[in-house]
Design a protein around this ligand. Structure first.
Ligand code: C2E
Ligand code: MG
Ligand code: MG
Length: 722
């Protein structure tokens, strides 16, 4: 077809029923260097065309059998003839024929009488144009193929049109039908993945302002919702006022590329034997964890683990068993750390598991060395709990291809930032701690800082004992009486929990209450205290001791449980104690942290009819205006102020002010920790309502309180009975 490129002279088919014209045209063209075929009418032309495959056809319009228009239309229909130049010979001024010829698919026309000297040129240029056309089509086809292979499409936006022109490639990525849909740039941007959208918007805004920019990679959803990774590049054409006139964009689907990249990364960062992260990924994560911990001021633990006697197993049972052992170890680590991942302290069903919600990252550094990164731990003991669990799990016998294998781990623990605040130091110190564990007899875990071993052990042991305290009946309540100064009557008692443990002996609430709060154990313990105190109060009332108030300490964690008010209601109902005989003591800190939430709960409790007191008042800097809005009954002035009322002017001033302020707000005041006459005198002077302290009585077991209540009852009749 491409006559210009071949060495053969171009072949022309001349069709005319008029022999003279046909002869003259043929002669002229032959003299101009063309090879000529002839046909006398349309039908004949089709046959000659099929046998000689000419590069160009010159055809008369009016002919017998088949006229030029019909023959031209037929030729166009044939495969590969779309670009065949067909030159029609029409009469001068025969407009109708010219139109008809073009409609039938003619490329051009010449008019009769023919200008023979120019005919050769005419034909040659027509051939050249057709060859150029063919080349252009071929190049477009190649470009389209290349773009398809590269999954590359392009689009164009011009200001005057608003609408986008999308190439087939872009349509293919987005899943549009092949014809360009009628969409605008904002609509196209709507296909961008939600998470990438604002970034892509920003990028386009920049491109429209500043022109060429680095490309951008993002995710785009096709019409079926399938996500594609694409690379976008744009060039901007500006007008004289630097406003964007046109945007030319390419969009390349790089989903496959991304997948390959991911796979490469996976191969580069995972240990092939265990599928755990390898050393490089571990280093990365450690770096990230350090950054995060610094930013949020958190601690985390790095556990360095090594299997005891792994080399011996490798040597005696062979490398295959050694490999299987490492794989089994990885599986066991995953298993026991997955469990700790899921358990949160808040999850009360799992209270016998002492772990914080901890994020774990296990890695194999090589050989039999593994690391475990425990981010977001709250206390060093959490790391000890994990280490202990790993030890237990790994020490169970294993059967590998018929061989029973026993293996134990040695674990070193480094705590960030205590034992190092950079990756290098932490790894080195965890490693050293691991060596010290090995040295001290294997199958051990050791903290890098030896003093932590002691504390962690103590606290763990206390925690384990505390878990069993309720069921083993080790908790009891003591009661400390409170005296109403105006009547001289015992108006109430405060219940204070006591813990007597066979291993640890007597443990002060100042030591175990914080632990119970950290571990969530305060929930069952607190409920036990509340129930026991209410039962006791009811019993004393039934015995006619005229006790009008039972104070119970409530810790923050109990208070923020959504069902706390209903728990209180339930216990009151169970024990038959009237609500106004129960006073809940809460601390100031609780009101400060979440005033809204606290107020809501306080209102709920108040609705039950219970009394509400602020414990240890004066230490928390509550704002007065805030206190005013809460449904409170009593302030308990902290012992620390009472202690020095007669020696420290500041404490005297504070105590005086609190009493005055409470009076103005209609709140009652009780002073805690009154130990002597002088303190009592001061408080009485300032018209403090009530006192509590060793001066009156230490906290006592129930039976001793009964005696005391009895004595006081005989001294003064109670004003009222609850
Ligand atoms: P708190 O509620 O302020 O209780 C008063 C503490 O002061 C008690 O200590 C009591 O024995 C002590 N105390 C009373 N009078 C005097 C005195 O004249 N001088 C001195 N130096 N101390 C006096 P305890 O029983 O050791 O309790 C300490 C804290 O433990 C309590 O402080 C309370 O915050 C907490 N606690 C005790 N029992 C419970 C409980 O059942 N639940 C909760 N959540 N916390 C409790
Ligand atoms: Mg208290
Ligand atoms: Mg107190």
């Amino acid at each position: 077809m491409n006559a210009e490129a071949s060495s053969q002279p171009p072949r022309v088919l001349v069709v005319d029923d008029d022999e003279t014209t046909r002869f003259l045209v043929s002669l002229t063209l032959e003299q101009a260097g063309f090879q000529v075929e002839q046909a006398a009418n349309g039908r004949h032309a089709l046959t000659v065309f099929d046998t000689t495959a000419p590069d160009l056809v010159i055809m008369d319009v009016m002919m017998p059998e088949l006229d030029g228009f019909a023959a031209c239309a037929e030729l166009r229909q044939r495969p590969d003839n779309a670009l065949l130049p067909i030159l029609m010979m029409t009469g001068l001024d025969d407009h109708e024929s010219i139109d008809q010829a073009f409609n039938a698919g003619a490329t051009d026309f010449i008019t009769k009488p023919i200008s023979y000297p120019l005919l050769g040129y005419r034909v040659r240029y027509l051939l050249r144009a057709s060859a150029a056309m063919a080349r252009l089509q071929e190049s477009e086809r190649r470009l389209a193929t290349a773009q398809r292979m590269a999954q590359l499409g392009y689009w164009q936006w011009s200001r005057d049109q608003e609408r986008l022109r999308l190439s087939d490639g872009v349509c293919a990525v987005l899943g549009f039908e092949a014809t360009t849909p009628d969409i605008t740039l904002p609509v196209l941007l709507n296909f961008v993945h939600e998470e990438d959208r604002s970034q892509v918007w920003q990028w386009f805004t920049d491109v429209c302002k500043h022109g060429n920019s680095q490309g951008i990679n993002y995710r785009i959803l096709d019409t079926r919702g399938v996500v594609h990774h694409v690379r976008q590049q744009v060039e901007t054409l500006f007008d004289d006022e630097h406003r964007p006139l046109q945007l030319y964009g390419t969009l390349q689907d790089i989903t496959e590329l991304r997948r390959a990249e991911d796979r490469i990364r996976e191969l580069a960062f995972t240990d092939a034997l265990t599928q755990l992260p390898n050393r490089s990924l571990f280093r990365d994560r450690l770096g990230e964890t350090i950054k995060l911990a610094k930013r949020h001021d958190r601690i985390f633990a790095l556990l360095f683990m090594d299997l005891d006697n792994f080399k011996r197993i490798n040597d005696t049972l062979g490398h295959r068993i050694g490999d299987l052992l490492l794989q089994a170890t990885a599986d066991r680590l995953r298993e026991c750390l997955r469990a700790s991942d899921a358990v949160g302290r808040e999850n009360l069903d799992n209270l016998d598991d002492g772990l914080t919600r901890t994020r774990c990252n296990i890695a194999r550094l090589g050989g039999d060395e593994f690391t475990i990164l425990l981010s977001e731990i709250r206390r060093c003991e959490d790391a000890a709990v994990v280490a202990e669990r790993i030890q237990k799990r790994l020490s169970r016998p294993l059967t590998l291809e018929g061989h029973e294998v026993f293996i134990t781990p040695s674990i070193g623990i480094a705590i960030f930032p205590h034992d190092g605040d950079d990756a290098e130091t932490l790894i080195k110190n965890a490693d050293m701690a691991m060596y010290s564990a090995k040295h001290q007899g294997r199958n051990l875990y050791r903290f890098y800082d030896a003093s932590l071993n002691e504390t962690a052990l103590q606290r763990l042991s206390m925690e384990n004992q505390l878990r069993k305290a309720i069921e083993q009946n080790e908790l009891s309540l003591h009661y400390q009486p409170q005296l109403d100064l105006s009547s001289g009557r015992i108006c109430g008692v405060e219940a204070l929990v006591r813990w007597q443990n066979p291993v640890l002996g007597f443990v002060s609430p100042l030591d175990f209450i914080p632990l119970a709060e950290e571990t969530g154990l305060i929930i069952p313990i607190g409920a036990w205290v509340l129930r026991t105190a209410c039962q006791q109060a009811r019993a004393w009332q039934d015995a006619g001791y005229g006790l009008s108030r039972m104070g119970v300490n409530i810790s923050v964690l109990q208070f923020i449980q959504p069902d706390f008010p209903s728990l209180v209601a339930r216990i009151l109902e169970e024990t038959g104690l009237s609500a106004e005989a129960l006073e809940l003591e809460i601390t100031e800190s609780l009101l400060m942290k979440d005033p809204e939430g606290a107020n809501h709960t306080l209102q709920g409790l108040k609705a039950l009819g219970v009394q509400l007191a602020i414990d240890d008042f004066g230490t928390g800097y509550s704002s007065l205006s805030r206190l005013k809005q809460l449904p409170l009954d009593r302030l308990k002035i902290d012992r620390a102020f009472v202690q020095e009322v007669n020696t420290c002017p500041d404490d005297a001033a504070i105590t005086t002010a609190v009493i005055a302020m409470a009076e103005s707000m209609g709140l009652r005041v009780i002073a805690e920790g009154v130990e002597n006459e002088a303190q009592l005198g001061f408080l009485r002077d300032k018209r403090c309502d009530e006192i509590q302290g060793y001066y009156l009585s230490r906290p006592l077991p129930a039976d001793e309180i009964a005696v005391l209540l009895h004595q006081y009852r005989q001294r003064i009749e109670p004003i009222s009975q609850a």
